[in-house]
Write a protein that binds this ligand. Sequence first.
Ligand SMILES: [Zn+2]
Ligand SMILES: [Zn+2]
Length: 245
Amino acid sequence: MRMHRLLMPAWQLAGRSARDIEFAVMPRRCAFCGVPRRREEPAICAGCVAELPWIAAQCPGCARPLAARPGDGVRCAGCQDRPPPFAAAAAPLAYEFPVDAAIRLFKFHRRLHYATAFGELLCKAAAELPADIDALLPVPLHWLRHGARGFNQAAEICRPLQKASGLPVVSNVSRIRQTRYQSGLGGRERRRNLAGAFAVKGVIGARHVLLIDDVITTGETCSQLARELLSTGVPKVSVLALARA
Ligand SMILES: [Zn+2]
Ligand SMILES: [Zn+2]
């Protein structure tokens, strides 16, 4: 995926949203260890970057971690049994400490400063994805959950990627059914829990949509959403998440 520019420097904030300005004036610290950071530096310090649980090798079809880097175009046994609906899938980090703890603080305790750090990690990972991606879609939350949480975590981490890539965000997809939390459900229950969860209103003009989410657990949420988009005529859908369980 082509990235037009790096994160916006503070002096280019004229005409930006109140949230952008809030991020620009907040004192900046490494999201993981808290050491002060200058604004032009990445949000995560080099020491913490080195310590993060990076996934060295993963399946290009479902982003599942693999013991060794697969050959070009080779997908995992799971993908060969049940091909996922993605043209490509990537998640740079394993859902382990400290990433799991950070995502929970971000999502359930409103630690929104993580959004910048997570967004930077996504930007780096996106550079490895297919160049024909022409739109972004943060996985939508049902309005009830969105209202309770106050924000959609996927939309927050997508923002830096949107700025860096200049790609449009698909806005005519919604989550029409409030689904139970997926954790604790088996594969078949998850599929049943999610069936008919998303709806597309009107036409999506994009040729290759990149879904953005915080964590891929079984991949079922993004698979359901991808199938919905494919069924409305979007030719290709890929997925990028921050972490893979
Ligand atoms: Zn740090
Ligand atoms: Zn796979």
